[in-house]
Design a protein around this ligand. Sequence first.
Ligand SMILES: NC(=O)c1ccc[n+]([C@@H]2O[C@H](COP(=O)([O-])OP(=O)(O)OC[C@H]3O[C@@H](n4cnc5c(N)ncnc54)[C@H](OP(=O)(O)O)[C@@H]3O)[C@@H](O)[C@H]2O)c1
Length: 335
Amino acid sequence: MAPVSITLNNNNKVPNVGLGIWKLDPASNTDTIYNAIKAGYRVIDGAVDYDNTKECGEAVNKAISDGIVTRDEIFVVSKLWNNYHAPKNVKPAVEKILADLQLDYIDLLYIHFPLPFSYVPVESEHYPPGFFTPNQKEKENKNIIELENVPLHKTWEAMEELYDPKKGIIRNLGLSNCQGVLIQDLLFGCKIKPQMLQIEIHPYLPQWRLVEWCHKHDIQVTAYSSFGSQSFIELGSDKAKKVTSLLDHEIIKKVASNYLDATSSDVLLQWAIQRKLLVIPKTNSLKRLPANLNFSNKFPQGLSVEDMDTIKGLENGIRFNDPWEWNNMKFPTFI
Ligand SMILES: NC(=O)c1ccc[n+]([C@@H]2O[C@H](COP(=O)([O-])OP(=O)(O)OC[C@H]3O[C@@H](n4cnc5c(N)ncnc54)[C@H](OP(=O)(O)O)[C@@H]3O)[C@@H](O)[C@H]2O)c1
């Protein structure tokens, strides 16, 4: 079964399965993205912070010039990084993404985190800045990130200026890593409501309320880190290593055994799309690329109500991507 097309609140459409490109192997990331498009992926979930925007653009442009897709058949996603929240910095930051991608527009631009770090020029040797802020050298080892005084709605207004669903340099707008009250606050004043929210979601952290609230407000939700701790083990996270991997969890394996040839990864992705979420699994593996795209073939009738209920029992609130824990920064993003 091919990915299903989801209609956004501005009538644009996006397939419900894509490729996440955070932590793709830099030695092969252009090839991986190109091979993903060849395998049928039509959404590429990138971000400035992943430091592979140029490679993403190379892969997409090669797929277009090789006749695999046309520009309007591929949905290229990026995320405004934290150092570019000040309204005057938004357009230059978007232009830099477009120059790196060698494309004329971005299909969906998220605000990556509701955390405005102080500005680092796009021409800086520190670009993409990650956790670098200008006076950090003097503050080394103190884990201090300097914030800029920019309310989220000001960043949003600057993004709205660049938005048009058919002709803009940004075709769809999104928020990532935001909680309900913050989004509600933005809705009170915005001209364009977000088309998408991207948040961490897996059976340990199902985010039932936030998803229900977004769907009620016609905001689609993309789940990231669908395989839970797996992605954070790559980063060497002690927290992730201590938790039973969802991919190895007896309950997920038991559910998988109820469907012909299904694996734990298939179950985790199917669980998400059955909740009307979009998914963007990341893989470096050529073998897993088609598996992570075509998983729903294993579930012609979907996961049963009983199996969905069984998976519900795994909720424990564990969150793997939390600014509170990054370098001991203690930003209460989700508290
Ligand atoms: N907005 C945000 O703040 C945010 C945060 C995190 C992620 N994201 C986005 O979401 C995407 C996906 O999340 P993620 O990268 O954190 O994690 P993920 O897709 O849940 O998991 C990736 C990990 O699972 C492994 N894997 C992939 N497919 C597998 C399969 N079929 N069987 C077994 N293992 C498999 C990968 O290893 P191999 O590569 O070896 O296959 C990798 O270690 C990211 O790439 C990024 O685009 C966004």
